[in-house]
Design a protein around this ligand. Structure first.
Ligand code: PMV
Length: 313
């Protein structure tokens, strides 16, 4: 069997993180400047079922049977075999690499899963359809996220902007006019599971207040969808600012994120907010393309450890 490979992009949530877990609408886009790659090559002399995994970035060199069943790489592999009804795959080596920062709100986990599922199913001669790829990536996310909404696996699998509501069919989002984002990393890794779990505890203690915050965020995501589809880029900045305010009220921002958001606005961004699970990780700023470098430099001066300029089309 010939070698095969697959890559999957990072993602940024433009509107609606956290509220999306409670059934509200959200919007996410792929970020193709960063990606995860899986390369599968045959192990000519290996016995059937022998699978070697190498991920130099996380110092991992192991065989599949040395990993626990809930390890995300092992789970992506075994669920791919199950979806293909393959009990004993031919021996192969899986090499993983990624330029997506881990635990930073850019969808690294979903991208690694999608790359593995695609590369392995192609190697085995039966490329899985997108729907199944996304389902398996969702099942893997569930292992380490707890209660994921499904937005990460969806945008990463389909590699296009999406308007997303939990448990609904894919709703691609037409972009009426391109717009540019600067994505900046606080350098602080943060567990989405912990942020989602703490928010759930707070919601259980005061459902009324949190439900109204979630509904307000859902309304923002719906307005943003209209604005994006109609090419009304000017409307998006204030919506991002308002969404960030609601995320602060949910206690999922952090001083470092707030500082970057302020720095972006001061440097001329039209709007800014945290993106993803929060408490660390990345923020996004909406900018004029001609001002992107200025905002990126301002963000670096304010402490960002990395910046990415990405145009959404
Ligand atoms: O931190 P990320 O990139 O995994 O984004 C999480 C988005 C949340 O809405 C907070 C959780 C979810 O499952 O949708």
């Amino acid at each position: 069997m010939p070698a095969s490979s697959a890559s999957a992009p990072g993602k940024a949530i433009l509107f609606g993180e956290h509220a999306v877990v409670y059934g509200q609408a959200a919007i996410a886009v792929p970020v193709s400047q960063v990606k995860a790659t899986a390369i599968v090559s045959p192990l000519i002399q290996g016995p059937p079922g022998a699978i070697q995994i190498e991920a130099p970035a996380i110092d991992l060199k192991a065989s599949l049977n040395e990993l626990t069943a809930d390890d995300p790489i092992a789970a992506a592999l075994t669920r791919t075999f199950a979806a293909l009804n393959i009990e004993q795959p031919p021996a192969f080596k899986l090499k993983l690499s990624s330029t997506i920062p881990v635990a930073a709100g850019l969808g690294s986990g979903a991208a690694v899963s999608v790359a593995i599922i695609r590369a392995v199913s192609r190697f085995l001669g039966h490329p899985l359809p997108d729907e199944t790829v996304s389902e398996i990536a969702f099942a893997v996310e569930t292992l380490h996220h707890g209660t994921p909404s499904g937005i990460d696996n969806t945008v990463v699998t389909y590699n296009q902007p999406v308007y997303f509501i939990k448990d609904r069919e894919l709703m691609p989002l037409a972009v009426g006019a391109p717009f540019t984002l600067v994505i900046a990393d606080t350098g602080i890794s943060s567990s989405t599971r912990a942020a989602v779990g703490d928010l759930r505890t707070a919601w259980q203690a005061d459902p009324k207040s949190y439900d109204s915050l979630f509904a307000a965020v859902g309304a923002i995501a719906n307005q943003a969808r209209d604005a994006i589809e109609h090419g009304d880029v000017a409307a998006l900045g204030p919506l991002m600012d308002a969404n960030h305010g609601h995320l602060q009220a949910m206690h999922v921002s952090s001083p470092e994120l707030d500082q970057l958001v302020e720095a972006a606005r001061a440097a001329g961004a039209q709007g800014a907010k945290l993106s993803g699970g929060g408490r660390g990780g990345n923020m996004i700023a909406l900018v004029e393309e001609s001002n992107a470098d200025t905002v990126a430099i301002a963000l670096q001066s304010a402490g960002a450890t990395n910046t990415i300029v990405s145009t959404v089309r």
